[in-house]
Ligand binder design. Structure first.
Ligand code: IMP
Length: 205
């Protein structure tokens, strides 16, 4: 029997990328739409690591199944690494993707091209009641001066990857998943999770 693992996110865009990235593992990936008992989880950690673990542990507690969660932050050089852990709420509580993008463009309006560097970071956490696994992925880029591209989500239309000459929103999901923060975090997690599952499969199944 294939092992079941819950992807601990209500964000459909993240879910799509995580499912694609993790599908090479021989596990049955379930999403939260099946678990009405899991509501909004309060992310009050001080770091991406803490928040990813809070989500994975809470979903494990509520579902009794091994869980995988992602926490992501955008660190902008000109803003001394902000918004970081507050990336989702940059434009205020319950703001939309567009509110965040517009606020970022506004606060960066006077910043010259050479000072627009930024890093996108994702931490992925796995928890099954016994074992915590963490992996990190990062990608360097720049905050564009205007929105470009229609793909992706969140800040993708203003996150410009210099080597590609494109924003994330101008890339296919396949390309984004290869070079992105989340793609790299998934790549780092895969061998760790594979070897853990292989050695523990009898107990878990
Ligand atoms: P969280 O990990 O759910 O706290 O999300 C952090 C914030 O970053 C949210 O505003 C997301 O929309 C945004 N975000 C997360 N992943 C990505 C991405 O891959 N591209 C662009 N924005 C993202």
């Amino acid at each position: 029997m294939m092992m079941k693992v819950v992807i601990a996110t209500h964000n459909k865009d993240k879910l799509k990328e995580l499912k694609r990235g993790l599908n090479q593992l021989n596990i049955d990936l379930l999403d939260l739409s099946r678990f009405s008992e899991v509501g909004e989880i309060i992310e009050d950690g001080k770091t991406l690591e803490e928040n990813a673990l809070i989500k994975a542990k809470e979903v494990f507690r509520l579902t009794g199944l091994p869980s995988i969660a992602d926490d992501t932050g955008l660190e902008v050089d000109a803003l001394n690494g902000k918004p970081g852990v507050f990336t989702a709420r940059f434009a205020g509580e319950n703001c939309s993707y567009m509110d965040n993008v517009n606020k970022m463009l506004k606060v960066m309006k006077k910043i010259k091209i050479s000072d627009r560097g930024a890093v996108f970071k994702t931490v992925i956490a796995f928890f099954d009641g016994k074992k915590e696994l963490l992996s990190i992925g990062e990608v360097k880029g720049m905050i564009a001066t205007e929105k470009k591209g229609l793909g992706g989500f969140g800040y993708d239309s203003i996150f410009y990857v210099v080597n590609e000459g494109k924003t994330f929103a101008e890339m296919t999901i396949e390309k984004k998943n290869i070079i992105s923060h989340r793609g790299k975090a998934i790549k780092n997690l895969t061998p760790k999770l594979k070897s853990y599952l292989e050695t523990n499969i009898k107990e878990i199944a």
